[in-house]
Design a binder for this molecule. Structure first.
Ligand code: ASP
Length: 387
């Protein structure tokens, strides 16, 4: 490697040869002065970097989660459902907060929370995912690291226990950003991720909800999936009935800011109930359902995915922050309440900036959501009329 000083010395000796001895001495003095100034500048740059590092290490962590947006209203949820969702959101956010509080990365916090939601039949992700019109759980997930713009996504997976971990493996262990179906799962198995029988994702409440929707629409009801427990068996119940309204969503998402000032986002879903097999929504599309950049913000979306894809919602919000210097709440509202509504789209987002500003924005009657910052109290909300 050629150092700055050896380059300066070479330049000096070339000049000295050209200008003669006396001039050379003068040039040498000048060069020494320049080198001295450069050394002082380099030293202060180093101490500035150290100060900055100290400042970022002292950054307060923040985490925001959602469990989907839709026609979520008090009478439909009932007091038991209300309490169950609040407890589930609290459990998830507290687990993510613990990761951040111990100095873990935003990426680790996002994955930790989403794995908890993926395991909880209350949410439309992995175990508890809605069914396609053929009676299958086709799972989508994505994750993005705002510190380096690396991203990973999977769609239409049916065997991987934790789709969010598969998305992360695509980001970290493959040269790709997005993989689908069997190929994604074979890759997941090859890197040691747990694969399960598709019946693992079955939940009675989601199944009944699909049957209700298909009957309402006069469509054929597929046979009960192989391996599913017999009807009436004791299974965890999802209180929130996706079948009651086709524009109901239970997708899960997390955005987090860690003590180093890095942000990340992730989203995991079963998609839309009764979807055609092979349909893919916005959740695994980087820039639509998920986006994170330390230069602007982190976003996770939920809603009717087609609109979110067409608008590139997550990236659109980050662009308003980056290029129009909009506060995050204003940017999120601009996209949800103006651009999305102009297309008659429905849904919402959670968002977060590297300086810890957070936003919820949705145009549905409710969105399962929670946020928590270092030193603060967990804030959990469901309905529109809550703060
Ligand atoms: N956005 C998801 C999709 O379209 C669904 C949801 O958010 O509930 O697949």
């Amino acid at each position: 490697m050629v150092s700055e000083s050896s380059l300066a010395a070479k330049r000096f000796s070339a000049c000295a040869r050209y200008h003669g001895r006396n001039q050379g001495v003068e040039i040498m003095r000048t060069s020494i002065r320049i080198l001295g100034v450069a050394t002082i500048a380099a030293a202060s740059a180093l101490s500035l970097t150290a100060q900055q590092a100290g400042a970022t290490q002292a950054h307060k962590w923040t985490i925001v989660v959602h469990g989907g947006a839709g026609v979520i209203e008090r009478p439909a949820l009932g007091p038991k459902g209300d309490a169950a969702y609040r407890a589930a959101l609290t459990r998830g956010i507290e687990a993510g907060a613990k990761v951040l509080d111990q100095g873990g990365s935003a990426l680790d916090a996002v994955e930790t929370v989403l794995k908890i939601f993926e395991e909880d039949p209350l949410f439309n992700a992995a175990r508890g995912a809605v069914f396609s019109s053929e009676g299958k759980n086709e799972l989508d997930a994505s994750i993005m690291d705002g510190s380096n713009l690396k991203a990973g996504a999977v769609c239409t997976v049916t065997h991987t226990r934790y789709p969010i971990s598969l998305a992360r493996a695509v980001m970290e262990k493959s040269p790709y950003v997005m993989m689908s179906g069997q190929g994604a799962e074979a890759f997941g198995a090859s890197v040691g991720l747990e694969q399960v029988d598709p019946s693992f994702f079955f939940s009675e409440a989601r199944w009944q909800s699909l049957v209700k929707q298909l009957q309402k629409e006069g469509k054929p009801v597929p046979p009960r999936p192989a391996g599913a427990p017999p009807p009436g068996a004791a299974v965890p119940v999802a209180f929130y009935d996706e079948g009651a309204d086709p524009h109901s969503h239970g997708t899960t998402g997390v955005v987090a800011l860690d003590r180093n000032g890095n942000i990340a986002a992730g989203t995991s879903t079963g998609g839309l109930q009764g979807k055609m097999p092979g349909r893919v929504g916005d959740s695994p599309i980087i820039g639509a359902g998920t986006y994170a950049s330390n230069q602007s913000c982190a976003v996770s979306a939920t809603g009717t995915g087609e609109y979110f894809i067409r608008l590139g919602v997550a990236r659109e919000i980050c662009n308003l922050v980056a290029f129009k210097s909009m506060p995050i709440q204003q940017a999120a509202d601009q996209v949800i309440h103006h651009e999305l509504e102009a297309l008659h789209g429905d849904g919402g987002v959670i968002a977060l900036t590297p300086d810890g500003q957070t936003a919820f924005s949705f145009n549905t009657p409710g969105m399962f959501r929670a946020r928590l910052s270092e030193g603060g109290q967990v804030e959990v909300h469901i309905y529109k009329d809550e703060q």
